[in-house]
Design a protein around this ligand. Structure first.
Ligand code: ZN
Length: 314
């Protein structure tokens, strides 16, 4: 049985009297996102070095921050990153953090067919298994781009949660279909406003952005978001990339945010795996997220009024 497709997710009761939840997540894209978007970028030594800053310099600094505050975080690692930086990824796991799946080469999944996506997920699983011996419970799609068939692929492989959707500020159970016997996976939603990419990413010829924001502005924005999530008893999920946030002033801003988290009484700071397990224990009704059905054209030769699938998502 699934909830009405148009119903909002149910409020979440947090464990042990906690009033809200927060998770720090790190997407260790390194070179993969750039290589996937433009394979020829591998010849650009400086661009590659900008991306390698993540595992080589950012990750150790972030691990130190997390250790100082005794926080366990969730690291989403593309298989390619694991193979290229095995000791770094092993170090993340050895520090007690959760290793989760983030594709193989940060492939664009927009319009990707089911079989191709299945092979991509399997290749990522094989890499994480062979390099760090981890079978991840969580998945995050590259650029947060899920396909309607993705939840089924994840369930086939034993994943317990995904963190790529944007329809809610709370975790919920996402049904793979509207069928009565549909399986479901826990979904822990995210949003662009809580992603460092929009704030700090500047790589000529790659991002096309002309902005590098001040860490002070970013801290103010994320602090405002944290206050609001806390007041509404929601689940604050911050997404950072070590090649961006790993730089000194940005890690220091992140530490101020962590201190703010610590000051909020009853805020549960947890990994996404812990939040997913808690959500499932509450047994809320799964929700199905159906693909919109386009209305018929209103006249001869006229296009439907809604998006036609070509660039409709952006
Ligand atoms: Zn990514």
């Amino acid at each position: 049985m699934t909830a009405d497709a148009t119903s909002a997710a149910a409020p979440v009761g947090w464990p042990d009297g906690k009033v809200a939840a927060a998770a720090l997540t790190f997407d260790v894209d390194a070179e993969s996102a750039v290589l996937s978007a433009d394979p020829s970028s591998r010849t650009r030594m400086t661009v590659m070095s900008h991306q390698s800053y993540g595992p080589l310099t950012g990750v150790p600094r972030i691990l130190s921050l997390l250790e100082r505050h005794a926080i366990r975080a969730t690291f989403f690692v593309p298989g390619y990153t694991a193979e290229r930086y095995p000791s770094v990824v092993q170090g993340i796991a050895d520090a007690g953090h959760e290793i989760a799946h983030h594709s193989y080469l940060h492939e664009s999944t927009i319009g990707m067919d089911r079989d191709t996506e299945a092979r991509m997920i399997d290749r990522g699983l094989e890499a994480l298994d062979s390099v760090v011996g981890v079978r991840p419970l969580g998945y995050r799609a590259p650029m947060w781009e899920l396909n309607y068939h993705t939840p089924s692929l994840l369930l086939d492989r034993g994943f317990e949660y995904d963190s790529s959707m944007m329809d809610c500020d709370l975790p919920y159970r996402l049904a793979e279909s509207g069928q009565p016997d549909a399986r479901d996976i826990v979904e822990i939603p995210v949003h662009w406003a809580l992603d460092d990419w929009e704030q700090y990413a500047f790589v000529p010829g790659v991002t096309g952005s002309g902005l590098i924001e001040s860490p002070d502005k970013v801290l103010a924005m994320w602090s405002r978001e944290l206050d609001s999530f806390y007041l509404e008893r929601c689940c604050f999920v911050l997404t950072n990339h070590p090649f961006l946030t790993g730089r000194p002033s940005r890690v220091q801003a992140l530490e101020r945010l962590v201190e703010k988290m610590e000051s909020l009484e009853g805020l549960w700071v947890a990994t996404l795996g812990e939040i997913a397990a808690h959500t499932r224990s509450l047994a809320p009704l799964p929700r199905h997220f159906p693909e919109p059905i386009l209305p018929p054209a209103s006249g001869p030769g006229e296009r439907p009024v809604a998006g036609d699938g070509e660039g409709a998502s952006r």
